[in-house]
Write a protein that binds this ligand. Sequence first.
Ligand code: HEC
Length: 465
Amino acid sequence: MDPSPIPYYPVNEFGPLMKGLVIGGVGILHVFLAQFAIGGGMLLYYFERLAQAGVPDTRKFVDGYFKVLVLVSFVVGALTGVAMWFTTIQVGARTIGIMLDEFHWLWATEWVWFAIEIVAGYAFYRFGPQLDDKTRRRLLLIYAGASWMSLFWINGILAWQLTPGGWLDGGGMWAGFFNPSFWPSLLFRTAVAATLGALVACVVINTMDLERAAKAALIRRASRFAAPMALMPVFAAWFMAVIPADSRQWLMGGSMPMTMFVGVAAAASTLIGGYVVVGLIVKKLYINGATATMLLALAFGATAAGEFVREGARKPYTVRGVLYSTSMTPDEVTQLRKDGAVTKDPYPLRDEARYPTAQLRHGAKVHRALCDACHTVHGANALVELTRTWTDDQMRLNVSKLQRTKGFMPPFAGNAADVEALVQFLRWETAGAPASWPISDTPETLAQIATWLDEVGTAPMGDAR
Ligand code: HEC
């Protein structure tokens, strides 16, 4: 047999945790910490300038606990960043490969800014108190600037996954980088970063050994940093306007879980924004440690919901129009309809001996190749539960016409025998994995499935952009 033109990478399974959940969990923590490290850096620079202008207690703030927090979140942010690559490479090696191919030097640029950020941040942390004013200011400016620049570069690459824009028409690397969602997501994330910096500062100021009036004065200054939050609805609306129409529809009612997450993110942000803008900036209220911590927890929830939405909006692609979440291109799906989904998949099943028949082994492989990226059998988004009430024929029809069953699933990338093996595998799992199971391969069944596959074709539901 010829080697497959489709590159197959070994993938990992995370048991009842769906792959997307594992990546999502690490990603949310990473985004939260990294965004705080950026906003915290900008806030440190602002407070350092205040200190040099003689504003009381600001120097104490800059050289105190807050600096340590920025450093810790920056280090843990960096570690979780590495963890992101470590998990994504086990799940979507091909996606990472395309990103590297396309943005090699931009990625290297991002890395250089990151290295500058590390050096400046560490130098300030280690030597800050001994340095003169000018050097302190410069170091903090370099730290804050470099950390924002690393966001600038990585943001372009991540936004390209959802809205490749002119890159799809051969516009090249820069068209891909400055894609339609580049600016709204960069501005949105910058506003989030500044807000996180302000909220953490409010918590830290409350722990400082100062009179209440002195704390209030510092809090008023810190909360100004959250003012860009007022523009977040504008950036969010801009983002919604440039994402593909089908994704937008899911976020606005088409998919209830996604719509709810949009709602959670919007509501939490409105609460924080309302408190900060009306309470702290306009009415100059005092915020105590507990309230600031609550707002920060809300911000974490909003970040988590927002990242879930951003990842979800990309389905069924990891690179819109180019690569499905199953690590296959649209052309390859057409090819696999003829060749069979797993004919050339070189990797054996982990638990081969579990399955009483070859058809069930086949079905397990089809599941691994075509469904496992977004489903598990029994755990998160469990196929056994989603299909439990369906009749066999209902399942055959819905799997054959997968992209019509839900628009955020890719077209089924296999033939009639693959569909039937998968259906039998899921039925067998639903029945509790009994020791024997009948083979199901009557010509009528396979012919019916083939008709359904032909009817639905291999075009995805949404447009390419
Ligand atoms: C790109 C991600 C993705 C892939 C790949 C994928 N699905 Fe789904 N699927 C989803 C999502 C998201 C849902 C919605 C779950 C919900 O509504 O709770 C879903 C829903 C379903 C449902 C329930 C549909 C309904 O209307 O109730 C079934 C059945 C299903 N998928 C089967 C499969 C099978 C079988 C495969 C592999 C051949 C597969 N899916 C591949 C993301 C995916």
